[in-house]
Design a protein around this ligand. Structure first.
Ligand SMILES: [Zn+2]
Length: 566
């Protein structure tokens, strides 16, 4: 077939009235080559070189593929080779470039495809040099190699790919292109396939989704593992801070025996217990006794002193928070309810909770669920609640400071712990109990309490109840050097009635002071003695034999404030 006489272009229809050029049914365009060059510039600036190369290569591929299909439709052709020859010819007709085929072997039946060709006047190389860079270090005729690939693939019925060995855009005199079968085993073919990969976006997306889901699953199981470790650590911390639970309920007064009976009755149930009583009467001991006699005894009992926490932190302490829930929430934190799951939570000084927190507490107690601060998913827990207060909750309800619904929810089984003055007969019993405990703790040899001292103990008012008695005995045992324990003047120690609910209960009872605590006390004492003077002659640093800067650092670390600005 003589290409120049091909009727192909006779089928081009210019309709000026309609403003169209049609090639049979296809609408064609005459485009300014510079517009294409500028588009290329924009694409590179926006998407980068690699992505632009892929896009333009595929754009060329579509053009070539469609041209081949149109030719197939419109013409009689002898074989693939003849049809294939229309491609280069069309490129010249369309003003794109001129092609000279150097070698071609195209035989579909035997699966052979070999083409070497020269291109001259590539409009694309021209545009690239004009708008992107004068000399590129790699071939630039992306659309045109794409065109050739699309055209040959459509003709040959199998994937064919072209690449440039030389390019006008690189400063060569011509573009030199090679066409090969895509399933060629060469490395060139492998690289090209990545470039031409005509993945459908859905395939690409679903692959992405699968890998994301996989990642999410791994992350989730990772999180669960971390979560269970976190809870184990929290449980251990509970156990450490609360000692081994050696404390026992000691007493024989009828009021006290009644209390013991109540504990025994309610312990095995799941009932919420409200423990009332003056400060220092041992409400936490009662809570521990209930937990220890319940089915949950092998689980953790978590203690929260609601009065010891700033209002702003109570909710995060109880329910936990997600990372970033508020300023300073740098990491996720488990709430006490979450840590207590399966066990018991003991909320001391429950009367101190704000109305807002009371509402959330009510929800946990009723529904067994809550959300971490800043969290969206609901956490379910199975926790038995024991609460305590030294205030009259019914009065707080009347004053509108405590929700009545919560009060009724907590007050299911109220237990009142008698004060020490309500059971004076128990004072010798308790005093001896504490002597036994502290003498072994401090390694002292003490056989009994001096008679006069015991009388003083029994005559004292004990505003701080058992806790105060415990402190008195602890101090006496500590300083005693005699088998008969004498109690120093009670009025001397009564200046510290542990009356405020804000004081940390059992802060140093039942365990040895930590090094930091001993250090803190020692430094505080010295600083007090030097009237807050740190540096210089007679200053605390000199007394302690450390440089002033070291002392200041220690004080800062231990939270000691000096009396005067240093
Ligand atoms: Zn080129």
């Amino acid at each position: 077939m003589a290409l120049r006489e091909s009727p192909l272009l006779d089928l081009l229809r210019f309709d000026r009235a309609e403003g169209t050029i049609r090639w049979k049914h296809r609408r064609m365009l005459l485009l300014d080559a510079d517009a294409m060059g500028l588009l290329r510039r924009e694409l590179i600036d926006t998407l980068g070189l690699a992505a632009t190369k892929r896009i333009l290569t595929r754009f060329g591929y579509f053009c070539g593929y469609r041209d081949a299909l149109t030719s197939k439709e419109l013409l009689q052709w002898k074989d693939e080779h003849e049809l294939w020859e229309l491609g280069p010819w069309l490129l010249a007709q369309e003003g794109i470039q001129v092609v000279r085929v150097l070698h071609s072997r195209i035989d579909a039946a035997n699966n052979i495809f070999e083409v070497d060709a020269e291109w001259f006047n590539s409009y694309e190389a021209e545009q690239h040099r004009q708008h992107i860079e004068p000399i590129s270090d790699s071939p630039v005729c992306w659309t045109l190699t794409g065109y050739a690939s699309g055209h040959s693939s459509a003709v040959f019925g199998r994937e064919v790919l072209y690449y440039e060995k030389e390019c006008l855009g690189k400063g060569d005199k011509r573009c030199f292109v090679v066409g090969i079968l895509a399933d060629d085993k060469t490395e060139e073919a492998r690289n090209l396939k990545a470039l031409y990969k005509l993945e459908r976006i859905e395939t690409e997306l679903s692959r992405l989704v699968v890998s994301l889901e996989q990642n999410a699953r791994e992350l989730q199981s990772e999180r669960e593992r971390a979560g269970s470790l976190e809870i184990q650590v929290a449980h251990l911390q509970e156990a450490i801070t609360q000692g081994a639970g050696t404390d026992e309920l000691v007493g024989s007064h009828p009021k006290f025996r009644h209390l013991i009976a109540e504990v025994a009755r309610v312990a095995p149930t799941n009932t919420t217990v409200l423990i009332c009583g003056e400060t220092g009467t041992g409400k936490e001991l009662v809570a521990r006794a209930i937990h220890a006699r319940s089915d949950r005894k092998n689980q953790t009992m978590v203690t929260v002193n609601c009065a010891a926490l700033p209002h702003a932190l109570v909710e995060s302490e109880l329910f936990g928070h997600e990372r970033g829930a508020f300023t300073g929430a740098l990491a996720r934190k488990l709430g006490r309810f979450e840590i207590a799951n399966g066990g018991t939570i003991f909320l001391d000084e429950v009367g101190e909770l704000s109305l807002e927190t009371q509402a959330k507490l009510l929800r946990v107690l009723q529904e067994g669920e809550f959300q971490r601060l800043g969290g969206t998913h609901t956490i379910r827990v199975d926790v038995r609640a024991i609460t305590a207060t030294n205030r009259r909750l019914d009065e707080l309800v009347a004053e509108g400071k405590f929700r009545s619904d919560l009060y009724y929810r907590l007050n299911v089984f109220p237990i009142t712990v008698p004060s020490l003055t309500d059971r004076p007969d128990d004072i010798p019993l308790l005093a001896n109990y504490f002597v036994q405990r502290f003498k072994s703790e401090f390694g002292k040899n003490i056989s009994r309490i001096d008679r006069a001292s015991m009388k003083a103990l029994m005559g004292y008012r004990w505003p701080g109840n058992i806790r105060e008695l415990e402190h008195v005995i602890e101090r006496a045992v500590l300083i005693s050097e005699d088998p008969v324990l004498r109690i120093p003047s009670l009025s001397g120690i009564a200046h510290q009635p542990a009356s405020s609910g804000n004081s940390k209960p059992h802060s140093h009872v039942g365990r040895v002071r930590t090094l930091a605590e001993a250090e803190r006390e020692h430094i505080s004492e010295v600083v007090q003695r030097t009237n807050g003077l740190i540096a210089g002659k007679g200053g605390a640093a000199e007394v302690l034999g450390v440089p002033p800067s070291t002392l200041r650092n220690r004080m800062k670390k231990l939270g000691i404030k000096s009396q005067r600005p240093s």
